[in-house]
Design a protein around this ligand. Structure first.
Ligand SMILES: Nc1ncnc2c1ncn2[C@@H]1O[C@H](COP(=O)(O)OP(=O)(O)OP(=O)(O)O)[C@@H](O)[C@H]1O
Ligand SMILES: [Mg+2]
Length: 312
């Protein structure tokens, strides 16, 4: 079952700028550094490992990229205890048994065994589906790989290095079209060096203010302009010194967007310390962080945000 590797047939991008524009066309705002990493991963046909805090747009990038490339998105959500058979394939035992029963006595056991270990009886999971996807190929998202255990990472090496896997009963399955492969990690633990070596790497940071504002404007168009400006500036301040250090976790882009939606739902036209405190459960998910954002602090952050806004 070995298929010759041919070059990927997805649309190619002439430049990093063209890729930035294409992503923006499907609602994803990437900065140049991220777009360069993606551009290179596509050009060099290498997997891309994205690490970053929660809610900075790692999973969303894979979704947006599958859209612009016209490739089917195959998603492997990792968790502790994830096994090969959930990632790659398993045999359809029930169908194999039925086959054996029906064929009983018809042929020698060895021959029957051969019959049931055929591709027809394989249940294909995302990795195998990605390798077998016809042109233009698939985009495989191996999401939150840090949640899987180390043996699973070791199992990924063959796929990541050569876009192939070995199935004992069938042989080597090699990709017809190299799947575009994105791995994400929240860095709950350090990944194996061998995995990292096979991937291009990008640390996805919180966005700068202009980009976050563009995201809020695009995703919450109903937000008054002034409110959107304030939200972006406020969240920026919350994440940076001297305020950032007072919280255990910074809000991600997802929280910013959700907050803007909530403020619109409350008919808020402009931020004030009261409304910030009342809605702080959207920005923060930790009890201590919610308690820390009291009226006095909200007022200080708001002042700082207003100064930044006025300056920029
Ligand atoms: N660059 C971006 N452009 C547009 N929207 C974005 C961008 N980044 C994040 N978002 C928005 O933020 C939400 C959260 O992003 P996403 O789920 O991709 O985060 P994540 O980094 O995968 O987080 P986690 O580590 O918690 O899985 C997305 O659903 C999307 O609405
Ligand atoms: Mg994610």
């Amino acid at each position: 079952m070995t298929v010759a590797t041919t070059p990927a047939a997805s649309p190619t991008f002439e430049s990093v700028d063209a890729l930035v524009a294409a992503l923006q066309g499907v609602g994803y705002f990437a900065d140049r550094r991220l777009a360069t990493a993606v551009f290179l991963a596509l050009k060099l046909q290498r997997p891309l490992l994205l690490e970053g805090e929660p809610g900075v747009g790692k999973t969303e990038l894979a979704k947006a990229l599958s859209q612009v490339l016209g490739r089917a998105l195959l998603r492997l959500q990792c968790f502790d205890g994830l096994e090969q058979r959930e990632a790659l394939y398993e045999w359809n035992y029930a169908a194999q048994l039925l086959h054996l029963r029906a064929a009983e006595g018809r042929a020698p056991t060895a021959e029957l065994e051969q019959e049931v270990y055929q591709p027809h009886y394989l249940v294909r999971r995302p990795l195998l589906q990605a390798l077998e996807a016809p042109s233009p190929g698939a985009l495989l998202l191996i999401d939150e790989v840090d949640r899987a255990d180390e043996p699973f990472e070791a199992f990924l090496l063959e796929y990541l290095g050569e876009y192939q896997v070995s199935i004992p009963e069938l042989g080597t399955v090699r990709a017809a079209v190299a799947p575009v492969t994105i791995l994400t990690s929240n860095r709950t633990r350090e990944l194996n060096d061998a995995v990292k070596r096979r991937c291009l790497y990008h640390w996805l940071d919180y966005p700068e203010r202009e980009r976050e504002l563009a995201i809020v404007r695009a995703l919450v168009p109903e937000a008054p302009r002034r409110l959107a400006d304030q939200v972006a500036a406020f969240v920026q301040q919350l994440r940076s010194a001297p305020f950032g250090g007072q919280f255990q976790r910074s809000p991600g882009i997802a929280e910013t967007v959700e907050w803007a939606r909530a403020l619109v739902a409350l008919d808020t036209l402009a931020l004030d310390p009261e409304v910030v405190v009342e809605t702080s459960g959207i920005l923060f998910k930790q009890r201590d962080d919610i308690a820390a954002l009291n009226q006095a602090l909200a007022s200080d952050v708001l002042d700082a945000a207003t100064r930044i806004e006025a300056a920029g």
